[in-house]
Design a protein around this ligand. Structure first.
Ligand code: UT7
Length: 331
């Protein structure tokens, strides 16, 4: 039986560090408020002119190098982002020539904080079906251009950061290694709990100088609703993943959760009886990098030697849509 496994992983964050104190110079907030509510201390912001595909290209080169592959070895590319370079074409098409792959297919995935897990699931299915061999799966975001740094947007602006991370997924004939299981969910009734309205195709034309001057230009969030659902849906999905696979908390080496809010993840860990140290975090340094957050954390854990061959990892994400999901990966 063929499974897909991570053949290489890499990440990239822009060098500019923005601390909570830096944000407090732009809006009424404080390091104490941000850290106590979210766990975030700082994040990275891309400079003017840097596109999402630029961050992605760096991460992909690192993943290819880790896999010992060249861009010519790739058969397909899946790009997850909510901050595409432009509305169309898809950011995969902008990334492809930067990497210099052959004319391989490029699929964009628009599933926000769960984007990486949606992309991983599609890549895994394509590999198991024998359609493609080496698939590059990348999550990347440039949030810093689309955040309202005034007091009106402070609830959202302090949460997000820029970054990119990628994996090369390839066939593995080892029966118990690689992507063992995934589950994906969405509940579109909550689409308006976290959204960006500026591009509205029902308006003729879809954007006007008037709409561009409204709050529609910035993301809007009902933070309490997102928080409450994140805790419930993540807990249910992780519990379900364990039970259908006949696993217990002890079988999981680490949970690699989406990095939105430390308190969300701590509540989920507590609810399910996971020791806190099994839930890994790096949002303290990067904030919420949406589609990049899970592979960014995975890459860091791998590079620091925390993850060893054979470890069973449970990946879990929740975000705008609402969308959520899990994956079980044997490293
Ligand atoms: O991947 C999914 C992405 N999003 C999330 O996961 C977000 C989930 N939600 C959250 O993380 C939390 O709801 C937040 C961190 C966004 C907010 O925390 P909260 O404990 O729910 O605070 P709140 O919205 O109830 O606001 C409490 C107070 C309010 O002031 P008043 O009305 O009590 O006077 C806010 O105006 O905090 C105020 N506030 C801030 N104060 C300082 C909101 N944002 C800020 C800020 N700095 N940045």
């Amino acid at each position: 039986m063929i499974r897909s496994a991570v053949a290489g992983i890499g990440s990239y964050v822009p060098p500019k560090v923005v601390t909570n104190d830096d944000l407090a110079r732009l809006m009424t907030t404080s390091d104490e408020w941000i850290q106590s509510r979210t766990g975030i201390r700082e994040r990275r912001f891309a400079e003017e002119g840097v596109k999402c595909s630029d961050l992605a290209a760096e991460a992909c080169r690192n993943a290819l190098s880790d896999a010992g592959m060249t861009p010519a070895d790739l058969d397909f590319l899946i790009f997850a982002t909510l901050s595409p370079d432009h509305h169309f074409p898809g950011t995969g098409c902008y990334l492809q020539p930067k990497l210099g792959t052959g004319p391989i297919g490029c699929l964009d995935v628009r599933n926000q904080c769960t984007g990486f897990l949606y992309a991983l699931t599609v890549a895994d299915a394509l590999i198991r079906a024998g359609v493609y061999k080496n698939i590059l799966v990348v999550g990347a975001e440039v949030h810093s251009s689309a955040l309202d740094f005034s007091d009106r947007g402070r609830d959202v602006a302090v949460l997000f950061g820029d970054g990119a991370a990628a994996v090369v997924l390839s066939p593995s004939s080892e029966p118990d290694r690689g992507v063992l299981y995934t589950e994906l969910h969405a509940d579109g009734r909550f689409a308006r709990a976290l959204y960006l309205d500026i591009w509205d195709i029902s308006k003729k034309p879809y954007v006007t100088p008037e709409t561009a001057a409204t709050q529609d230009i910035w993301p809007q969030m009902d933070g309490k609703t997102v928080f409450k659902h994140a805790v419930s849906r993540l807990s249910e999905a992780i519990q379900h993943t364990l039970s259908v696979n006949g696993l217990s908390v002890d079988d999981i080496k680490y949970v690699i959760p989406h990095q939105a809010n430390m308190r969300i993840n701590q509540m989920v860990a507590q609810k399910l009886g996971f020791p806190e140290e099994k839930f890994l975090h790096n949002m303290q340094r990067y904030g919420n990098t949406t589609a990049a957050s899970i592979p960014l954390l995975l890459d860091e854990a791998y590079r620091t030697g925390m993850i060893q061959r054979g470890d069973l990892l449970l990946l879990a994400a929740f975000g705008s849509g609402f969308t959520w999901g899990t994956a079980l990966v044997r490293w």
